[in-house]
Design a protein around this ligand. Sequence first.
Ligand code: F6R
Length: 605
Amino acid sequence: MCGIVGAVAQRNIVPVLIEGLRRLEYRGYDSCGVAVLAGGEPHRARSVARVADLDEQVRETHLEGVTGIAHTRWATHGAPVTNNAHPIFSRNALALVHNGIIENYESLRETLRGKGYEFVSQTDTEVIAHLIHSLYRGDLFAAVREAVQQLHGAYAIAVEHKDQPNTVVGARQGSPLVVGLGEGENFLASDALALAGSTERFIFLEEGDVCELTLERVRVADRDGNDVQREVRTVAAYGGAVELGPYRHFMQKEIFEQPRAISDTIPQADSFDASLFGDAAAKAFGEIDNLLILACGTSYYSGLTAKYWLESIAKIPTQVEIASEYRYRDSVPNPKSLVVVISQSGETADTLAALKHAQSLGHKHTLSVCNVGTSAMVRLTELSFLTHAGREIGVASTKAFTTQLVALFVLAATLGKLRGHVDASLEADYVRQLRHLPAALNSVLALEPQIIAWSEDFSRKENALFLGRGLHYPIALEGALKLKEISYIHAEAYPAGELKHGPLALVTEAMPVVTVAPNDALLEKLKSNMQEVRARGGELYVFADSDTRIVSEEGLHVIRMPEHYGLLSPILHVVPLQLLAYHTACSRGTDVDKPRNLAKSVTVE
Ligand code: F6R
């Protein structure tokens, strides 16, 4: 999704800005641009191709400057054309980049038109540029502070003005923005990752903050206009660009990294202790009697899986809700709820807003399960559990999902123990099963050649149905999501028992039906559902545990999973579905790591 980089320095800053954009590329974008102050006015280059094209342009045109801002845009208002690409100018005096959405842009545009401002793009961003310009009286920091009072919606902005050649001003509300501190130079970015190589010292701006960067100084004001000192944090872990190694795509690499990611996420200790979730967890866990899980997309499906664990292991009532729904509906807050937000990035706009909404309703116990320790979500919650998936570059989430599942299983076991449902022997059993997971996953990954063979069939289909029951219904949902988002094949998932209540009407020989078939208590029921499909000529593709006695025959294809893994089985069963989606997408020739219309970190609602 959109990315921002900005800098004030005493050297040509364009290579730093371009490198920053490169580091944000994996998030998905459809245009990009850079603007510097030089010779008393802003100059820019913009491209609807890749950052590499922008780089070529700036080299050819010798675009250079010591103060600059840059952007990758993921179109919301206005098509991805050069005219809508950022930086957006106001009267050739001011340049601005923006992440987020301004909800009252139409009324602001009318007011600004009345003041003689001409609009040349279809973006909501252009109103911010003109608004700040209209308020500028020689102090950009003051003009931005005044302007943001009039903005409704979410934004992170970086702005520069020709009359202040060594100043960049930033502001954030609802979208992330960090300041990077250098020696005689300072930086701004939507993600600290963009500034790896330039600095390791960061200020993570708070909601409503406005900042002013000059060569020697960074000034931050809070939403009330008071100057504030924000904590400076050292983040050394960002390192260089992630290498693809022997893999064809990042998604494939990340699927194969899962044994390592899971092993890094499993707690070292031999017991499930509340302290794994933070110092305040023991007290908080003692005060709750239910869970409310909020998340989006794949992270929502990990929450759905966790519900089964939490209710069966910890016997604690659990509700799971899509964040974008929860934030806008009337709900009945329960002070005894633990609100759990699940997110790979920790910056997803809907999940963040749902968390804040829950807090505004009086929920005081909150926990984030997140892959980014410095993210807004982790900073906002009382408790946290970090997954250690490492950076996930592919837009389609894979290792983030399985590590979330590990974290949520640990949560269920910890609450189960605290509530007297997990005794010492069961605890030791769970620890042993967790520790064996990486090895079990390696055996599942070895199924890749068989899955490649199936993917040839799938690549010629336009629809697919996924079935699962119980704990594995969310895994079927995740399998369908993976297939549709990267191969563009329409896929839907159903709890297998629902088949006869409608979707069976879709089943013909043209409809592949992927079935997740673990050897659990629901197996015989699932087999009956499979019969219903076969009787209508539907072709079944079944991932069956080795001891299920489901054998291949006409219209029934079976890949045998190495072992049945009890309650942790969803973590194994999702992997062949990831591989099926991946290889089907490869056969169809789609852009696997950057599927059309999608972005990695969804920082707008
Ligand atoms: C799908 C996918 C998305 C994300 C969703 C939430 O493969 O990656 O559905 O899961 O956008 O993102 P996070 O987990 O960063 O909050």
